[in-house]
Design a protein around this ligand. Structure first.
Ligand code: ADP
Length: 613
């Protein structure tokens, strides 16, 4: 066979940049390159195993699905060989010459945004194959694709700008990566050193790894082992390996079920919710296996959308082996799987909340937003999810929360609804005028501080047969409580409300005496049934139609308040001044309701009032 001459290629610009950083970084944990290369080898074997199911004509079909690592202390080389799917010539150029790998892209992006060359990021993102250049003088990749009709090739580079590809004979299927180590990285040609690294990072690779001919990993799929044999550290290591994570898992659920499907699942909740930091939306990443064979690393529908923060594996013997992304047509099977696992996870959370409330609350503080999303959008699981929600309330201490179940347990016999208030924080809700009427009647009010809460509450609508009602809504009716002495008489109150309506004109829909005020002089309730103040603010932010129409409010006044009594006196004796006071009272109420849109006229008016002090 005539062998064509080696062909030289330039690396893509981004790869050059990446290599430059990798080679010149002083990153101290260089050893992660072993993990990266072994994990690529394991992926290639996994893909081969998959290909074998559908393809008959596989090159070098007898090659064992294993990873061989060899150290050569004399030559100062490290070789990592796998018998996976391998790469064709075109694939070598595409995969190892251009930036397909999303981890490397993110790494570059993070460096760009961070400004400084923060090389610690290498460990966080994993720069995949290119990490080899942290320790290598040169790297050679011998590869033969699983496709029998293709020839073998060797890709080689010293990491500076370009690489070469040439034909190579007598290759096994898969990839053999030979690393010629830099002079100060000779340790990686020592068997003890590599053994230690492999034991640390690659214990869960589900293919045999042999180091200099000796098998060093036990290929146990952790999720198929019995719970009481597994140590916490093993779980943690597995989580890190399987989810490419660097944190410790916050919660884990390991279970098996026989009916209606045979399932072994090992699920993790990560430590942090990365969406919280404005990072991109998480993608479903619980992997689907059938008898230890990976079917899909990121199946979309195996769990509901709101569980997209979960990590781990679900293994079901009942899946047909040839099920794949394209052929996952058996919807009913996937739906069944989804149902069983979700139900189990919800029960797990409910048990946690009961048995370890502190741990649960910490979880909730981080991931509660996903449960809210589920409660609002996932009708099937709404009830269990609503039970898992936690809120501060007018009866809890600051920072302590209650469940709706406990709220209902505290409700008096004649309380029919569950009340809630949405506002920026506890102090704002407690000092606003809406709460006092509820407090005076010993009615507990749930406090909601998150922007989504209003949407969640109105989507959930009711809990255990009790309606969820916004305490600042115009329709709220509260029972009578004895009126304290010295209030304006009903007659005078009537005169005052009529005068106020005339004076304030189109700015108010209605003015009436309030049954929910105790200390504050007045409050504004939204007369617009279809748009709450929070929604209005959101629509305004999004520049939606309808948000610019003037606010319509009902002004409720407190006939017991000194301010109202004084106003009643002045509205006949000093009508000009009384008018300013009336306008100011309305603006104050709008501020409390979060509805005042332009404070400028108010400032001018206040100065006018101050002149008469
Ligand atoms: P990643 O593995 O995260 O995609 P890498 O930069 O490590 O990123 O590798 C780039 C691509 O090269 C891989 O996606 C894969 O297609 C290919 N590749 C790397 N190592 C191997 C291997 N041992 N066998 C087959 N293909 C490989």
């Amino acid at each position: 066979m005539s062998t064509p001459a080696p062909q030289k290629f330039e690396f893509q610009a981004e790869i050059k940049q990446l290599l430059d950083i990798v080679i010149h970084s002083l990153y101290t944990e260089k050893e992660i390159f072993v993990r990266e290369l072994v994990s690529n080898a394991s992926d290639a074997l996994e893909k081969l195993r998959h290909t074998q199911i559908t393809e008959k004509d596989i090159f070098d079909d007898k090659a064992e699905l294993a990873i061989n690592v060899t150290t050569d202390d004399k030559a100062k080389t490290l070789t990592i060989e796998d018998f996976g799917i391998g790469m064709t010539r075109a694939e070598l150029v595409e995969n190892l010459g251009t930036i397909a790998h999303s981890g490397s892209k993110q790494f570059l992006k993070a460096l760009g945004e961070g400004g400084a060359k923060n090389t610690n990021l290498i460990g966080q993102f994993g720069v995949g194959f290119y990490s080899a250049f942290m320790v290598a003088k040169s790297v050679k990749v011998y590869s033969h694709s699983w496709r029998a009709g293709e020839a073998g090739h060797v890709w080689s580079s010293d990491g500076s700008g370009s690489y070469e590809v040439e034909a190579a004979d007598d290759l096994h299927r898969g990839c053999k990566i030979v690393i010629e180590l830099k002079d100060d990285c000779g340790d990686y040609a020592q068997e003890w050193k590599i053994k230690e690294i492999l034991e640390r990072y690659s214990a869960f690779v589900s293919f045999p790894i042999n180091l200099n001919g000796k098998r060093i990993n036990t290929i146990q799929a952790l999720w198929l082992r019995s719970k009481n044999e597994i140590k916490d550290e093993e779980y943690t290591e597995f989580y890190k390996f399987q989810s490419h994570a660097h944190d410790e898992p916050r919660l884990r659920l390991h279970f098996s079920a026989d009916a209606p499907l045979a399932i072994n699942a090992l699920l993790f909740v990560p430590k942090d919710n990365s969406e919280k930091f404005g990072m991109s939306r998480l993608e479903a990443s619980v992997s689907l296996y059938c008898r230890k064979v990976l079917i899909d690393a990121k199946p979309k529908d195996i769990l509901p959308e709101w569980l997209r923060f979960m990590k781990g594996v679900i293994d079901s013997e009942d899946l047909p082996l040839n099920i794949s992304r394209e052929t996952m047509q058996d919807r009913s099977l996937i739906e069944k799987l989804n149902k069983v696992v979700t139900k189990r996870f919800l029960k797990f959370l409910a048990d946690e909340a009961e048995a370890r409330p502190d741990t649960y609350n910490e979880f909730y503080a981080e991931f509660g937003i996903f449960l809210k999303e589920g409660a609002a959008m996932d009708y099937t699981h709404k009830e269990q999810l609503t039970k898992l929600l936690r809120f501060e309330s007018s009866l809890t201490d600051k920072g302590k929360t209650t469940s709706l179940t406990d709220y209902v347990g505290r409700m008096g016999a004649d309380q029919k609804e569950i009340y809630y208030l949405v506002g920026p924080n506890r102090a704002a809700l407690e000092s606003g005028p809406y709460l006092e009427g509820f407090k005076a009647r010993n009615l507990e009010v749930i406090f909601c501080y998150e922007a989504v809460d209003e949407y969640v509450m109105s989507s959930v609508r009711e809990f255990e047969g009790k309606k969820l009602t916004a305490a600042d809504h115009a329709d709220v009716k509260l029972s009578d409580i004895p009126k304290p002495e010295g209030a304006l008489s009903e007659d005078d109150t009537k005169k005052l409300t009529t005068w106020l309506k005339e004076t304030l004109g189109a700015r108010v829909e209605e003015v009436k005496a309030s049954d929910r005020l105790v200390d504050s002089p007045a409050l504004a309730v939204n007369a617009d049934k279809f748009m709450s103040p929070q929604m209005r603010r959101m629509m305004k932010a999004m520049k939606k139609d309808g948000a610019d129409e003037p606010v319509k409010v009902t002004l409720e006044i407190n006939p017991r308040s000194v301010v109202m009594k004084r106003l009643f006196e002045t509205h006949t004796t000093a009508p000009e001044k009384a008018k300013l006071v009336a306008e100011q009272i309305l603006d104050n109420s709008l501020i409390s309701a979060g509805l005042l849109e332009d404070a400028t006229p108010m400032v001018a008016r206040l100065y006018k009032l101050l002149e008469s002090v």
